[in-house]
Design a protein around this ligand. Structure first.
Ligand SMILES: [Zn+2]
Length: 337
């Protein structure tokens, strides 16, 4: 079988398609035959030389497929259609026991802190395998675990999204940005969003955005004008360049959700904008298994139809990552295994 690896830290040329032996499943693991994966920014960060990255390393955090071997004790059957929850969690710590696997005290993200999912055949702990309803396609399923689950966790689980809530999405056209827009609209929220590329504005409006803004110093003022004094929630997918603008776009008592750091890690802000305004700043690292399940149900019910940008054969993953790095995509980029 083949797997996708980074030979060493670096640019697209370190991506290799490698022949690998199928490993024997450990007790408690289920063997899954890969069908679809999807590309995330975390895959691209994974090429960087972070201290916890060992090379060569397999990458990939979003995968759907079918059960090839359920193992001795699981109640899966061969052929079951499944999607993988991308966080390795202990199941026994105080966070896991309260249903917050994404805050597990020994948490690892498959594809970042530990070997990723992108192989034609993969062994995964049974508790990371989630069965799909018949009407949720494997294509759609592969789009959900990172982008849609993170958006759901931040907006619904942490920020309490409700009908009538106003939401500003920073970085509206990537996988998580589009997911946040669709989830907000499914809840009957008002959505404002941003993009730096004109062709994407029309698509954002079509998905239900009320207005699309450019990201610049005038953004908070423009948002406040359109939203009656500021938004209830800012969903930030970009990082240090947009978070200070996001804080200033909030209504008093608003919440800012930070889910990524593509544009950098550090920023400065005026504390008066936080404490005087009763602002909450929320870090949302992926989501819980429950959040992923809620997203699957939302897709199954027809409330959300994931936006797929394009589909590449898995061995052309370098082209797929290049498209993402060039921000030439709208929604999720899929890989076919
Ligand atoms: Zn735990």
């Amino acid at each position: 079988m083949k797997e996708l690896i980074y030979e060493r830290p670096g640019n697209l040329d370190v991506i290799k398609v490698r022949d690998a032996k199928e490993a024997e499943a450990a007790p408690g693991e289920v063997t899954v035959k890969a069908e679809f994966g999807s590309v995330n920014h975390v895959d691209i960060w994974g090429r960087k030389d972070y201290p916890w990255h060992k090379f060569p390393r397999r990458f990939g955090s979003d995968l759907s497929g079918t059960v090839e071997d359920p193992g001795k004790f699981s109640d899966f059957k061969k052929g079951d259609r499944v999607v993988l929850y991308p966080i390795k969690f202990c199941g026994n710590c105080e966070r896991c026991l309260s249903g917050n696997e994404n805050s597990c005290l020994s948490r690892e993200l498959f594809g970042d802190h530990t070997q990723g999912f992108f192989a034609q055949m993969i062994n995964v702990p049974e508790r990371n395998v989630i069965r799909l309803p018949d009407n949720v396609s494997l294509e759609y399923a592969a789009a959900l675990p990172v982008a849609y689950t993170t958006a759901w966790h931040g907006l619904v689980n942490r920020a309490g999204l409700k009908p009538g809530t106003s939401v500003l999405i920073m970085g509206g056209s990537g996988g998580a940005g589009v997911a946040a827009l669709q989830i907000s609209r499914a809840f009957g929220a008002r959505v404002f969003t941003t993009t730096s590329q004109h062709w994407k504005s029309e698509r954002l409006i079509k998905l239900g955005a009320e207005a699309v803004f450019e990201i610049n110093e005038k953004l908070p003022e423009n948002v406040k004008k359109s939203s009656n004094g500021g938004v209830d929630i800012v969903f930030d997918t970009l990082g240090s360049t947009t978070i200070p603008l996001g804080i200033r776009s909030l209504k008093r008592g608003g919440k800012l959700i930070s889910i990524a750091m593509t544009t950098g890690y550090e920023f400065t802000f005026n504390l008066r904008d936080i404490y005087s305004n009763n602002v909450d700043i929320i870090g949302a690292y992926l989501g819980t298994r429950g959040d992923l399940y809620e997203v699957i149900r939302a897709v199954s019910s027809g409330a959300i139809k994931p936006v797929i940008d394009s589909l590449f054969p898995f061995d052309e993953v370098a082209r797929a990552q290049e498209k993402m790095e060039n921000r030439a995509h709208f929604g999720k980029i899929l890989l076919k295994f």
